[in-house]
Write a protein that binds this ligand. Structure first.
Ligand code: GLN
Length: 252
């Protein structure tokens, strides 16, 4: 009888401990918001979220030991979703700005960027001053929208999806698109009738946004970013998407 009881207890202990071990091993899941209309940082391919930002966050999650659950949404929806807690983190080529930093945390910069002007080849528009009196297409709520909204004499057309802004340029409904230069360059690569003109209009840094409710997660993200910058993973991912164009590269 005693032997049976001991055996029973031993089995119970085994079941509980292995159950506990499994629980401990189960990784924390972090809900990450992503805007899949920002190639080559985020896009959707065959129903999968891919791109530079996606590889980078996956690499961070690997060194820090958490699991990522991707939540695709419009760029405009990301900060509100962080505030309500629908997501804990957002990666979307999001420019670090003082206004946004009031409502979300930002990681250390992970990419140097800036805005540029995209026009049809042969256009008379060569720089910012030439946009006066023209119709310009932008993506709603982005830094391009914010910057051009402050300028007088430009007719702005705002689109939720940047592809609609590019189409507007193609249809001659707009004479220019102002948007993040790496995305404009990506579009130019595949559409030979357009080109980026003039100098960059701004200097911007992209950061991973984290909910203000989660300062611990911000620490983890920054720690992971530092680790992948040091161990060469960041550089490998950078080269995969941007080749030898070092304009956006962060080194530390
Ligand atoms: N970098 C721009 C911004 O933060 C655009 C980002 C995006 O469209 N995903 O406003």
């Amino acid at each position: 009888m005693l032997r049976k009881v001991v055996l029973f207890l031993a089995v119970c202990a085994f079941v509980f401990s292995s159950g506990f071990a499994n629980f401990a091993k189960a990784k924390t899941v972090v809900k990450v918001g992503v805007d899949t209309t920002f190639p080559p940082f985020e896009m959707e391919e065959y129903g999968k979220v891919v791109g530079f930002d996606v590889d980078m966050v996956n690499a961070i999650s690997k060194v820090e030991g958490f699991k990522v659950e991707w939540h695709t949404m419009d760029f405009q929806g990301l900060i509100p979703a962080l505030q309500t807690g629908t997501i804990q983190m957002a990666v979307a080529g999001m420019t670090i700005t003082p206004q946004r930093a009031k409502v979300v945390y930002f990681s250390k910069p992970y990419y140097h960027s800036g805005l540029s002007i995209l026009v049809k080849k042969g256009s008379s528009v060569k720089d910012l001053a030439d946009l006066k009196g023209k119709t310009v297409a932008v993506k709603l709520g982005t830094t391009a929208d914010i910057m051009l909204s402050k300028m007088k004499g430009i007719k702005l057309e705002r689109f939720t999806n940047i592809n609609d802004a590019y189409n507007q340029l193609q249809n001659s409904g707009a004479q220019a698109v102002v948007f993040d230069n790496p995305v404009n360059l990506n579009y130019q690569r595949t559409h030979k009738n357009v080109q980026v003109v003039g100098k960059l209009l701004t200097g911007e840094n992209y950061g991973i946004a984290v909910s203000k409710k989660d300062p611990k997660l911000l620490k983890i993200v920054n720690d992971g970013l530092e680790k992948i910058l040091k161990n060469g993973t960041y550089l490998k991912i950078y080269r995969k998407y941007f080749g030898d164009n070092d304009a956006g590269l962060i080194t530390k």
